[in-house]
Design a protein around this ligand. Structure first.
Ligand code: ZN
Ligand code: ZN
Length: 343
């Protein structure tokens, strides 16, 4: 089969590789579209600690079910359009038993720890496969994985109807969290972002997001104005930079919640005094749990805000031009989701 292989850092090539062989209870999926995630770019550049070449990257995809290897009854039809949660845990540890295989010590994420979806075919455990309706645009279905990340983040924050939200970092995950927060009944969703094009993009979503640009605005007075001097109920730190860590403790209200979403390249300083004095709750969130992947499949299958989701797809490349797509993702600072089309 054809696959995009990172042979060494900063070099990804299309080549013929062996089609994956199915183990028991596994499914083979023919990939239609794959999304490029920031993680894929980090792997390509050699900035990811766990991913080692040669590797087929990619963990966001939609495709068609080609075959299954099982003698159990499965609720899937060959040829059907499907998505799959791109990770497995050991299935036995305390966290896996709690449904938290996204933080299993033996976590295997496709496209990071093992081969991913920038290929003609990918094999996945059957229990991770979900069918999606034929009449939903497959490009939107390719967004299930990043939507699942945002849903995981919002659900774990226990965001309640009428609460106020600040999202630090208005990239693809930041915008998705903003959208899910609105869907969850947040009364005010504010995004802090420094890229003017991304600010404009968020405003053009017409979802009544309010914007803070820390390079231009007086952040303190803007937060006070937006929250009646209270601060935000929930702050999602998505930027992964020190300025974001500084802002999160300042912007959260007394008794508020901070969700740590962005993965920093090195650990940041946190104002622990503010955490204590304001009785802040801080929680890390990683990828998504399967229950939230399933929920994201449902949200897209039921067309709840697919017209808004579609706007996130800003660029598309053929898989043959995967190197160009990776280089574009590094250089262009304004894009949201770049899709690869498998031919
Ligand atoms: Zn991703
Ligand atoms: Zn486990």
């Amino acid at each position: 089969m054809k696959a995009a292989v990172i042979e060494e850092f900063n070099n990804i090539v299309m080549k013929e590789v062996l089609e994956p062989e199915l183990g028991y209870d596994e499914a083979l999926i023919k990939v239609e579209y794959a999304g490029i995630c920031g993680t894929d770019v980090h792997i390509y550049q050699g900035h990811h600690k766990q991913a080692k070449p040669p590797l087929i990257p990619g963990h966001e995809f939609v495709g068609r079910l080609v075959k299954v290897n099982t003698d159990k009854h499965v609720n899937l039809k060959i040829g059907q359009r499907v998505v799959a949660q791109p990770l497995t845990g050991c299935g036995k540890c305390e966290l896996c038993i709690q449904g938290r295989d996204n933080v299993c010590v033996d976590l295997n994420i496709f496209g990071i720890h093992s081969n991913g979806c920038f290929a003609e075919y990918i094999k996945v455990p059957l229990r991770k496969v979900y069918s999606v309706p034929e009449d939903i645009d497959p490009k939107i279905v390719a967004l299930v994985e990043p939507l699942a990340v945002a849903m995981h983040d919002v659900r774990r924050s226990n965001l309640d109807v009428g609460q106020t939200v600040l999202i630090i970092g208005g990239g693809p995950i930041g915008i998705l969290i903003a959208m899910v927060a609105k869907l969850n009944g947040a009364s005010k969703v504010v995004i802090s972002e420094i890229n003017e094009k991304r600010i404009k993009f968020a405003e053009d979503m017409n979802m009544r997001f309010e914007m803070i640009n820390p390079l231009k605005d007086d952040v303190d007075s803007k937060i006070n104005k937006l929250t009646n001097n209270m601060g935000f109920d929930v702050v999602y730190e998505v930027s992964g930079v020190q300025a974001g860590a500084d802002l999160m403790t300042k912007a959260a209200k007394i008794g508020g919640t901070i969700m740590m979403v962005g993965i920093p390249s090195k650990s940041h300083t946190v104002d622990t005094g503010a955490v204590t004095l304001k009785e802040l709750k801080m929680e890390g969130v990683r990828i998504h749990a399967q229950i939230n992947f399933a929920a994201a499949v449902d949200v897209i299958s039921k067309n709840i805000f697919n017209d808004k989701l579609k706007r996130l797809i800003t660029d598309e490349f053929d898989i043959e031009n995967v190197k160009e797509a990776m280089e574009f993702s590094i250089k262009d600072k304004d894009h949201f989701k770049v899709l690869l089309k498998m031919n």
